[in-house]
Design a protein around this ligand. Structure first.
Ligand code: DC
Length: 218
């Protein structure tokens, strides 16, 4: 069977990584979480202990080594060989990641890496600009979304399960702000590709979404 490249884009909290990982397992494909790579750069910028300016981020990205390892259904993220898988999900990183992702120098470096990872096929890659920019020739393109209420509720559950004390209204505001920043930036903004299929998962279970993705791959 042909080894497909599958692109899944969509706003924050739409469930992209959850369903992409499950679909990748079912297909025996590699899952590539591109958001984790932008988070890795944001994490390293915070580590400098200085105000996070665009200049600081551009300095950090120059010689950063970001690696993803996908094993046993889980993605591990390394910055300069240190495992930062958990540390890239903190509210501090989430708070500055849109600023990081808007910078041309950051996108250039990470998109190059993503294309190298995707070129052999048998991959599911998720992010914001996969179908429009990273893998424009992807065999399957899906734009995954859900209502802001549903996305905030999902993020709330996830953060609570990790022990964070979060407020759902605050989360809703943060998600809306991140979507706005990601959609309005100049370089490769979050947008549904003309040839991508829209999948609104507000009233769908995880299994139903995974089945829909697999159906499109068959
Ligand atoms: O999917 P996520 O929440 O982990 O992504 C973190 C941020 O990275 C998100 O706010 C936008 C940015 N991003 C991007 O600009 N392009 C991608 N392909 C993936 C993520």
């Amino acid at each position: 069977m042909k080894k497909l490249a599958v692109a899944i884009d969509g706003p924050a909290g739409a469930g992209k990584s959850t369903v992409a990982q499950l679909a990748a397992q079912r297909l025996g494909y590699t899952y590539i979480d591109t958001g984790a790579m932008y988070r890795a750069v944001a994490w390293k910028a915070l580590q400098q202990g200085k105000p996070v300016t665009d200049e600081l981020i551009e300095e950090v990205v120059k010689d950063i080594n970001v690696e993803l390892e996908y094993k046993e259904g889980k993605t591990f993220v390394y910055v300069d060989e240190r495992d930062v898988t958990g540390e890239i999900r903190t509210p501090e990183v989430t708070g500055i990641v849109s600023q990081v992702a808007a910078l041309g120098q950051v996108r250039e470096k990470l998109v190059d890496l993503q294309r190298q990872m995707g070129e052999k096929g048998a991959v599911i890659m998720d992010g914001r600009d996969i179908a429009t920019n990273v893998l424009p020739k992807a065999d399957v393109k899906i734009f995954l979304t859900a209502s802001i209420e549903e996305r905030a509720a999902r993020r709330y559950k996830e953060m609570k399960s990790k022990g964070y004390d979060v407020d759902i209204d605050q989360l809703k505001k943060e998600i809306a702000a991140r979507d706005k920043a990601d959609s309005e930036r100049e370089i490769s903004p979050l947008v549904q590709a003309d040839d991508a299929e829209l999948l609104d998962t507000s009233d769908m279970s995880i299994d139903e979404v995974v089945e829909e993705i697999l159906k499109r791959c068959r």
